[in-house]
Design a protein around this ligand. Structure first.
Ligand code: BES
Ligand code: ZN
Length: 632
């Protein structure tokens, strides 16, 4: 071998750098510093894309369920813009075995810097000004927080284990060393080996059949940011539901999922009619086991979804409209860094609402908009109107970008865009949005860039618009501006009328609730008095069967209402729910209610002890903080 000396040097350096599971653990425990790193471009990435930037990834991986480990090679094609002698990658919880450069796979030296809280370790690889390929040979560890390895028992069918990833916001670096910033895009190919008889899926062109030899090839030919890298492995089957739409799920979940999402093709067609062509080929949904920490994740071509939206009556499918909408707002035009998160989520909630209006009517969309308003009000109450957390444009340097995932980005963002729509008129706004998505397709956008663009392309057309809206107040000031639109829902007003009757003594069974949808029930539940007697709770449960509901939204809303009123009957159901379901949006309010009812936290921690092993790392992180889990 030509480069023996160099290779010995590289290997010993890599050993020094950090080369065992043990080292990774102790390193992250010892050196948790909370200083903000690094690049002025993105406070959550070590990459310096103005010097050296990645262009394409070839990922070769072996997924081993016995050791809960992925062993892989990330072959990055890079562009060295400045003749730099180093390239920087983001990593966290990875074991780097060695690194080579060039097409001949020549060993090179590399260093891993000490772990910094949230952002992980900077990987510095020595290159030459001519280097265009860097190969990183590595393995994941139990610190690879994106990955959740499920046992058979944690799946629906209980026949095979399961693996899924969650990369957003900055967890891609825990399973692939990468330039983990939403402002950097690359194409990718992958070859993934999994156990025979299991299926592998990625955010890419996907198989529809299981490969007998367990080897899968993937291609994502459009440039994507790293947070959209995704992988799932399990006993999974596929069924088409339309021209370019389909469902993946465990065999026992497939028929139910297909029935629930039967309107998916109509959603795609409506979205295209609104804002232009769907640019990613197929749109499929993968229904995951219930520990998935989010409602949905917009992985390109393949939305990952929680099974808790399978209500049996299609009533929770606005979540699909939401993830689909990200195919434009987020995946096509991407927030530049996590301080601009509202550009992803605010636009997507707006777009989701427009799809739902198109498919199910204005009545329905208005209910969703009001639910969004209630969520926003609750968040504003919680943070306080002066809190910087209530600004659309955030400053998350030194913090976990997860902190930005609040109702502000989603619902304040939504109401801001509604205001623009009402001010300039729907036709003008739609035209503007369509052009915006087209102009910036496969690019990133900063908040400031958006402000410049809308001023130039839309608001300049009428002198009164800019002052009627006041972009700056909405984006850069805390709280909720006085010009926030008021949305009205006749259907919710009817619910409020029935609720009043009950409060004044009418029997629950006499209320005119026969045709209520999930959203009307949620409105009813959210507005129940905070103090209720045992008799009242029993009466409601007897009349409406909340505790037996198969609808996770209704169950969670009911639990939050009855926990403070010590409704003992609900205890086993609450227990089962928290042990089975790992969706953070439900866990947080339920655990908070348990803590409020028992501030010693003994009750909540008792349940958490059993439930925690079923939660994904991002949900564990939030609940650990809430329950002081690692603090004693
Ligand atoms: N992209 C988000 C999920 C996300 C955001 C994960 C930030 C990690 C960090 C996804 O599109 C989303 O918003 N999901 C929501 C659903 C929705 C209908 C509001 C969820 O999971 O609750
Ligand atoms: Zn979203």
């Amino acid at each position: 071998m030509k480069h023996k000396l160099l290779s010995i040097l590289a290997i010993s350096l890599s050993l020094l750098a950090c080369n065992s599971d043990k080292n990774v653990k102790s390193m992250s425990e010892e050196t948790k510093v909370t200083i903000a790193p690094i690049s002025s471009e993105d406070p959550h990435s070590y990459a310096k894309p103005n010097d050296v930037v990645v262009k394409h990834l070839d990922w070769t991986a072996n997924v081993d369920f016995d050791s809960s480990r992925i062993s892989a090679t990330a072959r990055w094609t890079i562009e060295n813009k400045t003749g730099a002698k180093e390239v920087y990658f983001d990593t966290r919880g990875l074991l780097i075995d060695y690194v080579t450069i060039g097409n001949n796979d020549e060993f090179t030296t590399f260093r891993l810097e000490p772990e910094v809280m949230y952002v992980g370790q900077k990987l510095i690889v020595d290159i030459t000004p001519k280097t265009d390929v860097v190969r990183i040979y590595y393995r994941t560890t139990e610190k690879s927080d994106a990955l959740q390895w499920l046992t058979k028992e944690q799946t629906a069918d209980k026949t095979h284990p399961f693996l899924f990833t969650q990369s957003q916001a900055i967890l891609a670096r825990t399973w692939i060393p990468c330039q983990d910033s939403p402002g950097i895009r690359f194409t990718y190919n992958a070859r993934v080996k999994v156990p025979n008889s299991m299926m592998a899926l990625m955010s890419a062109y996907n198989p529809t059949d299981t490969m007998p030899n367990g080897t899968y090839d993937f291609q994502m030919e459009y440039p994507i940011p790293s947070y959209l890298l995704a992988l799932s492995v399990g006993n999974i089957q596929y069924q088409s539901v339309g021209r370019n739409t389909g469902i993946y799920a465990e065999p026992s979940m497939l028929a139910k999922s297909v029935a629930e999402f039967e309107d998916m093709q109509e959603m795609v067609d409506s979205a295209e009619a609104l804002y232009g062509a769907y640019r990613w080929g197929n749109y499929d949904v993968l229904v995951l086991p219930p520990s998935f920490p989010f409602g949905g994740m917009e992985n390109p071509r393949l939305t990952f979804a929680t099974p808790t939206i399978l209500a049996g009556d299609k009533s929770l499918t606005s979540l699909i409209a939401h993830e689909l909408a990200h195919s434009w707002s987020g995946n096509l035009v991407t927030n530049y860094n996590w301080n601009d998160f509202w550009l992803n989520e605010g636009f997507t909630v707006y777009f989701e609402n427009r799809i739902m209006e198109q498919v199910y009517g204005a009545d329905y969309a208005n209910m969703l908009a009001l639910i969004s308003y209630q969520d926003l009000q609750a968040e504003l109450d919680d943070f306080g109107m002066e809190s910087p957390k209530t600004k659309l444009k955030l400053d998350l340097a030194g913090q976990d970008p997860d902190e930005g995932m609040t109702s502000i980005a989603y619902d304040k963002g939504f109401y801001f865009l509604k205001l623009i729509e009402y001010t300039v008129g729907r036709e003008n706004f739609d035209q503007f949005l369509k052009t915006y998505f087209n102009t910036y397709a496969f690019k990133s956008m900063t908040t400031e860039g958006f402000v410049d663009y809308i001023n130039a392309e839309l608001l300049s057309k009428n002198e009164e618009w800019a002052s009627a809206i006041n972009l700056d107040e909405w984006i850069y000031s805390p709280g909720l501006p006085a010009n926030c639109p008021k949305i009205q829902s006749d259907r919710f007003e009817k619910v409020e009328g029935e609720l009043q009757k009950w409060k004044k003594g009418s029997a629950a069974s006499s209320l005119a609730s026969a045709n209520w949808s999930t959203h009307e029930w949620l409105h009813f539940l959210r507005n129940l008095p905070s103090k209720m007697s045992m008799e009242q709770m029993e009466e409601l449960d007897k009349a409406f069967g909340f505790i037996k509901s198969g609808n996770s939204e209704i169950l969670a809303a009911w639990f939050v209402k009855v926990i403070p009123n010590n409704y003992k009957v609900a205890k086993p159901a609450i227990n089962d729910f928290l042990v089975k379901i790992g969706r953070r949006k439900f866990l947080t309010p339920i655990y908070k209610a348990l803590i409020a009812a028992d501030p010693s936290k003994i009750t909540a921690r008792g349940i958490y002890e059993k439930a925690r092993p079923n939660y994904h790392a991002v949900a564990q992180q939030t609940m650990d903080d809430l329950l002081d889990w690692n603090k004693n």
